[in-house]
Design a protein around this ligand. Structure first.
Ligand code: ZN
Length: 176
């Protein structure tokens, strides 16, 4: 199996901004390690990030957040993408809609995805669902995802295992 990393929404808004949390900040070094591990094996690293327009339906639920072109929507400095790594702007929880993500994964020969990012129970979960429906094997790296509290994270991890057959893996056990 050829695997990639998909980093979900590790942006200023959700790490240190209005929707940020110490829990989110804590996984930054772990996500950095995962990305470095991928690069050292020549495996691709992809990013999706919220970049909203005022008309996006999600804003009705959460209010304005991570608006396109703002600093809030940018990936945190410590996880800045490497040269040539692709960042896909998304306008909903999942990065598989109206972006080039799926084609990029397929063109890279990827059939398995290690997931990192926030929130486990929102955007990570929706990305895992869409990856599952497109035939990718999904691996959620436990130390590289977070939610607003431990219960939300644990519930989402269980749900993804049950519904999408995702495997939950420890960062130490990740292999490319
Ligand atoms: Zn959003």
């Amino acid at each position: 199996m050829s695997k990639a990393v998909l980093v979900v929404d590790m942006i200023n808004e959700f790490v240190t901004g209005r929707f940020g949390s110490p829990r989110a900040e804590k996984i930054v070094p772990n996500v950095a390690r995962l990305c470095e591990l991928a690069r050292s094996h020549g495996a691709p690293v992809f990013y999706v990030r919220d970049a909203h327009l005022p008309s996006d339906p999600e804003l009705r639920v959460w209010g304005r957040h991570a608006m396109r072109g703002t600093r809030s929507s940018e990936i945190v400095g410590a996880l800045a993408p490497g040269e040539g790594e692709a960042v896909f702007e998304k306008r909903q929880y999942s990065g598989f809609h109206n972006t080039g993500l799926e084609a990029a994964l397929r063109n890279s020969g990827v059939d398995g995805i290690y997931f990192a990012g926030i929130s486990t129970d929102i955007c990570v979960q929706h990305n895992v669902a869409d990856a599952f429906y497109r035939g990718f094997s999904c691996f959620v790296v436990r130390q590289c995802v977070e939610s607003i509290d431990a219960r939300s994270k644990a519930t989402a991890i269980k749900y993804m295992e049950r519904m999408y057959g995702s495997k939950t893996v420890e960062l130490e056990k990740v292999k490319f």
